[in-house]
Every structure is written in structure tokens, then in C-alpha cells.
Ligand binder design. Sequence first.
Ligand SMILES: Cc1cc2nc3c(=O)[nH]c(=O)nc-3n(C[C@H](O)[C@H](O)[C@H](O)COP(=O)(O)OP(=O)(O)OC[C@H]3O[C@@H](n4cnc5c(N)ncnc54)[C@H](O)[C@@H]3O)c2cc1C
Length: 325
Amino acid sequence: MAGVIVFAEQHGGEIHPVSFELLSKGREVADRLGVELYSVLLGYNVKNIASELIYYGADRVYVFDNPLLEVFDPVRYKHIIASLAIRKKPELILFGATPLGRSLAPRVAVALNTGLTADCIDIRVDEEGDIVQVRPAFTGNIIAYIKTRTRPVIATVRYRVMKPPRRDLERRGEIIVEEAEVLEDTGIKVLKKVRDKEVRLADSEIIVACGRGLRRPEDIRMIEELARLLGGEVGASRPLVDEGWISRDHQIGFSGNVVKPRLYIACGISGSPQHLAGMRDSEVIVAINIDPSAPIFRVSDYGVIGDLYEVIPKLIEKLRSMGRG
Ligand SMILES: Cc1cc2nc3c(=O)[nH]c(=O)nc-3n(C[C@H](O)[C@H](O)[C@H](O)COP(=O)(O)OP(=O)(O)OC[C@H]3O[C@@H](n4cnc5c(N)ncnc54)[C@H](O)[C@@H]3O)c2cc1C
């Protein structure tokens, strides 16, 4: 057996759109290799969404439906995916480079004693029929083309870097509901589910991001208010996340989210290469910084040289006077 497997990430019965992008890429790779494209879906009461994976390109969907799989447990999920891979012997397994995918893929790679390439922006097949994983390296200054000697090749792929997938309702495939050994005790116990406000920065059209120019964690409220009035989301540079001022979902940059909004407002962010790697493709970039030599001004379309504690309250006041919020 051989094939390409795409891990279908779902949350509460809703498939993460990165999985459709992966299926579209997986289809391309499977066709070049002349193998089948499988998708693997884990969860509880998820059988009814399996056909979506066929519409986006899968030939066969393996569904593991069990109450114990309702909440993501990386060890339990790893065990099932690794067992499936041992049986199917795929050439390639793809995961989204989401927080869930980033936590699951390395565990599967270790279980299968193979390599992992994280944060790919493309997957190709070269003339010799080898799988080539493409990812930025050295904070995006070079593009690395990586081949893995061991099989399966495992990669996480960033969300929204592939061309938009096509949904074809005419496609037919097979849905196989599998009975699997689901580990009872993995040592992980979910004590309480706390629902944070969901942030999908990669989908946001407007982002107001803050950096170390902020003096206190509570000042993020000012950034939130500006984002709210503009109908956008709040982003942050890594130091604010590392300090625990804001959750990791808000981080923009090389080791965070890569975003391409229509408007990006950088407040008190210097513009390090690692930060720019996550936002330099934004359509319009506005920077507010007291230091006229801050590198962020080199990539910005509009620059405000000034203290964010003076500029942002004025912007908020202006937007309110225009009847926004
Ligand atoms: C492997 C690795 C991965 C990394 N990944 C990321 C990543 O994903 N994302 C990321 O952001 N960083 C990342 N970093 C960290 C990165 O190198 C920088 O340290 C970070 O981006 C700096 O954040 P900053 O711009 O908020 O802070 P600083 O560089 O300290 O800049 C603060 C800016 O605020 C301005 N300022 C100060 N006061 C005011 C004021 N009152 N009004 C207006 N402006 C003001 C200053 O002039 C300055 O330009 C990574 C680093 C490494 C080594």
C-alpha cells in the first residue's frame, strides 16, 4: 500500500479550512505519485462531515468516531494516526500548521521513527518522483527545499499559503468507519474547558498589533478598542506573548501567525525580521512608533512618528465621533 494521508482537523464538528487546502495539495501530490489520497478524521459524532473531505479531493476517508475522541488529546490521537500509518504505509502525511497540528505531527513522527518538516509553504514532487518540502528558513531570507530520507514524509503546512481549494459535489469516494483501540488513560486529563474568544488572525481583514512600546498589560485594552472600532482583531509581537500579556493565538511572526490583512496597524513594534516574516505581505501597513529609525517604517505605507499613548486615543476619539461603535 502507498498513499498520501491528510489529517482532517475538526473542532466541534467543524472542519478547519486548512484541511481543505491540504486536500487540494495532497490531491496534486497523490496524482503525481500515482497513489490514492486518504483523509483521517477523528472526533465524536463526526461521521456526517466526512463527505466534505471527499468533495475536496479525498478518495477514501477513515473515520474514528468515539466519545473519547471528542476532546483533542495529542497522545490518543497520535496513537490512532500512527497505527493507521503503520497499516497503510503512506508516502506522505500532511497536517495543518495550526496549534493542534503542531502538537500532533511531531508525536506521530516520533512514533513512526521518521522526520518532520514544520511550517511548509509548499509540497512538490520533483522529476525523480521525490517529495520536496518547501519552507522559509533564516526568518524568511531563504527558501529551503527539503527531502526526507525516511518514510512516511511528515509535514505541517501553513494555513492560507496554498491556492484556495475547489469543492466538487460530484466527487465520489469511500467513507470507512474504523473501530480503533482508543487509549483510555494517556496521563492527560481535561479538568475544565475554558472558552477563550476565538481568534482567527489568518482570516482577519484588519489587524491592530501591539509590541513592546506598550508599558503595561492593561494598556492592551486601548488596542482592543481601536481594533473593535475598525472591526478588526488584535495581534501582538512575541515579547508580549512571552510575558503572558496576551495569548499565543495573537502572536504574529516567524514563530506565530502569518497574516495578510487588508490593513495592518503596528503600534510600538520595531519591525524585527522575525515580526516582518509574519506580516510583510499585508496590503496596507501603518506604523506608529516614536523612533523614526525603526525598521518597521521601511515596510510601511503610512508612518506616524509619535507616542502611541497620544496617537491611539486620538484615533479612537475620531472613530467614535464618526459614529463607529
Ligand atoms: C527564533 C525566534 C523567533 C521569533 N519569532 C518571533 C515572532 O514570531 N514574532 C515576533 O514578533 N517576534 C519574534 N521573535 C522576537 C524578535 O526577534 C523581536 O525581539 C520582537 O519582534 C520585538 O518585538 P517588539 O517590536 O514588540 O519590541 P522591540 O523590538 O523592543 O520594539 C519596541 C518598539 O516600540 C517603540 N516604542 C516604544 N515606546 C513607544 C511609544 N510610547 N509609542 C510608540 N512606539 C514606542 C520603540 O521605538 C521600538 O521600536 C523571534 C525571535 C527568535 C530568536
